[in-house]
Design a protein around this ligand. Structure first.
Ligand code: HEC
Ligand code: HEC
Length: 353
């Protein structure tokens, strides 16, 4: 266990909540203080082996989050079925629990060397809509406790170049969950939709398509269309078409804020998958406001000229008021930066005048 136990609650974010580590149960919908009470995992949960009825999944294009790794699961209520949709986020029955655990591999070059688990986030379907909560693991990895006001956890890992890295990892506050998951008010799941789920996964007997596997388990209300009729994102760092890889990267890393109605709606920079072509992707687009967020440059994207593109400056930045995506993540994504730089450099040059 490499993670040293140093937990600093960020009292400044919520003075009222500072006296206790965990949130008092909110409203008439109290959730257990301990993750083990949900019965999601075998044993303590330290190995993230799901309990019976908890189905693991992966997404086609992942959200970069300060070099953490993720474990994702779905638990439907007894007899519950998912309302399938080819485009929109799927419709889940009341009682569904969506689970995402954040961990740090000891060595990014070799996952078999183990990991430290940090937090397990839940999105829970209630009668009135979805709720988002998170549980912070203790250093011994025997239990996780609910935190609503965020936390800072010291983490360590060895990076792809073999260097030891450290970070005061930020657990988001419940309010921060909503910035990304609740662009239009209510909390909503983000990746539980066909284009993110239509990919291969190994459930123990070789790679099979996740949606086909879920259909076999009887998880959908209708039979999904054949694989060839399902939309899908591509792996941003694979070998496919550059434009499709960039749109897939945007969809997972930017679109939850940058869409019509999202937290960054007013910027006019809309980066959801449906946006094709330059109009909303920022080509020769001036930002609506002056300030540090412009990096003293004029346009979000100057075709052929990544160095003079605000998008590249902001994606490369680790300065809180400038960096994109916004907090709670703190580090820039080197692979994403390289992808967007390549994409802008490959555009036919245009000085936007
Ligand atoms: C910076 C934006 C951001 C913040 C903040 C954030 N999430 Fe998410 N979350 C995402 C994105 C994007 C996905 C889907 C992509 C993925 O799984 O990698 C996701 C996926 C999830 C999932 C899996 C189901 C789904 O929606 O696809 C859960 C559960 C979850 N988040 C819970 C939370 C909770 C609880 C919080 C607050 C403690 C939180 N998230 C904060 C962006 C965010
Ligand atoms: C958690 C929400 C959030 C996420 C995720 C996010 N952004 Fe932003 N972004 C904003 C907000 C809010 C603004 C407007 C205020 C500002 O400029 O800081 C903005 C502004 C920008 C701007 C300036 C654009 C303009 O015309 O004003 C660029 C460029 C940008 N974002 C790029 C990105 C990219 C690329 C990603 C994904 C890699 C991303 N952002 C992810 C919230 C977000």
């Amino acid at each position: 266990m490499k993670r040293s136990f140093l937990l600093v609650l960020l009292c400044a974010w919520s003075v009222a909540a500072c006296s206790s580590e965990v949130e008092a149960p909110a409203g008439n919908s109290p959730y257990p203080l301990h993750l083990s009470d949900w019965g999601l995992f075998e044993g303590t949960g330290a190995t993230q082996i799901p309990a019976e009825g908890v189905v693991p999944y992966q997404v086609a294009s992942t959200l970069f989050a300060d070099f953490s790794s993720k474990h994702r699961f779905i638990r439907l209520p007894e007899g519950g079925r998912i309302g399938y949709d080819n485009e929109a986020v799927w419709d889940f029955p009341v009682g569904t629990v969506l689970v995402k655990t954040f961990s740090y591999l000891h060595d990014l070059r070799d996952p078999s060397l183990g990991e430290d688990i940090v937090e397990t986030r839940l999105i829970i379907r209630e009668e009135a809509g979805w709720n988002a909560i998170t549980y912070l693991w203790n250093a011994e990895e025997t239990e996780a406790s609910r935190v609503a006001i965020g936390a800072s956890v010291h983490v360590e890992w060895t990076d792809m170049a073999g260097a030891l890295r450290t970070l005061e990892y930020r657990v988001p506050t419940n309010a921060q969950c909503r910035t990304c998951h609740g662009g239009s008010g209510a909390v909503t799941p983000l990746a539980l939709r066909t284009r993110q789920m239509d990919r291969l996964n190994n459930y123990g007997s070789g790679d099979i398509n996740q949606i086909d596997h879920m259909a076999t388990l009887g998880m959908f209300d209708v039979a999904p269309p054949a694989e060839s009729d399902r939309p899908n994102l591509v792996g941003p760092f694979g070998a496919g078409d550059l434009d499709a890889r960039v749109r897939s990267y945007f969809d997972a890393n930017c679109a939850h804020c940058h869409h019509d109605g999202g937290a960054a709606s007013a910027s006019g920079l809309w980066l959801n998958w449906e946006q094709q072509g330059p109009q909303h992707q920022g080509v020769c687009k001036r930002p609506p406001a002056a300030g540090p967020g412009t990096c003293d440059l004029d346009f979000d994207i100057v075709p052929g000229d990544p160095e003079h593109s605000i998008m590249i400056c902001r994606v490369a930045s680790e300065v809180p008021d400038i960096k994109m995506p916004e907090l709670p993540t703190q580090l820039h994504d080197p692979a994403g930066l390289a992808l967007l730089t390549e994409w802008i450099a490959a555009m036919p040059a245009d000085n936007c005048e």
